[in-house]
Design a protein around this ligand. Sequence first.
Ligand SMILES: NC(=O)c1ccc[n+]([C@@H]2O[C@H](COP(=O)([O-])OP(=O)(O)OC[C@H]3O[C@@H](n4cnc5c(N)ncnc54)[C@H](OP(=O)(O)O)[C@@H]3O)[C@@H](O)[C@H]2O)c1
Length: 288
Amino acid sequence: METRILEGRPVADKIYSEIAKTVAQMDKKPELVVFLIGDDPASRSYVKSKTRAAEKIGIKEKTVFLPENTSENDLERAIRDCVEEENPDGILVQFPLPQHINPEKIISVIPPEKDVDGLHPQNLGALMRGTTGHYCCTPSGIMALADYYGIDFRGKNTVLIGRSLIVGKPLANLLLAKGTDATLTVCHSLTKGLEQYTKKADIVISAVGKANYLKKDMVKEGCVIIDVGVNRIESSSSKSGYQICGDADYKDFLGHAGSITPVPGGVGLLTVAMLMKNTVNSALYFRE
Ligand SMILES: NC(=O)c1ccc[n+]([C@@H]2O[C@H](COP(=O)([O-])OP(=O)(O)OC[C@H]3O[C@@H](n4cnc5c(N)ncnc54)[C@H](OP(=O)(O)O)[C@@H]3O)[C@@H](O)[C@H]2O)c1
């Protein structure tokens, strides 16, 4: 069986070209402020990709670098000052935060209309209800990718592995929404006998964060694999000493899966594209 590769690039490019046209017509360009706390190399690289994407489509982006030992109070104050003094259209705090900072507190300081990451309780509520708000970027990016490639969830057994607040739970809500109509099973670390669920699935979405753990013998032939995982594994053949891979053993699936998203080059590209889209929407619909 030939496996179709669900590349993220054409989907992201389509989104960028649509929003770049909108931005070109705006007198005041959308503005995004990103807070990066500490020196985590993966976070730095994610923030860089956001900066590059913003530049590409004409969004004004500024990254605020704060040291690892920034206190929760100081970060809260920095966000409040940013809202008062700069009033950008979008504010994003790059996760994960240092252990001593409570992410819930920080998210609630960002006004919901500027929370372009879609993590504020009001935005999560809007996603659940299907009403207006910023939807979290990775789940909405997955839906955009599925839509582009014509993946129809209706009447299909869909198994979602992972129940985090940024991927699994919001994605479960989007999959269950009227119009998408997936018949959904959500699995997690305490699920017993994961394979008994994945083997019955027409579509498997993995958001676990374990390199190559999903193997072809865990799913039936022709299954669609959407791989959200981003994992670093040691590699002597790459300059950096590591390689990025997904949760699914990609090579193992070629010739067995009906379709599969690559890592890198799949879902990750859509996460950034949806962040840009939310920022432009914020400037269009939520500016005072
Ligand atoms: N491509 C992107 O743009 C993007 C965006 C966000 C995240 N990611 C990647 O997606 C992955 C997941 O991210 P996350 O933030 O959702 O991670 P997370 O908060 O660590 O959640 C992982 C989920 O996987 C479940 N899990 C762990 N081990 C399992 C196992 N052996 N069997 C079944 N389920 C298991 C956990 O279950 P419990 O709830 O029981 O602990 C949890 O629900 C990571 O690799 C992350 O880097 C990618």
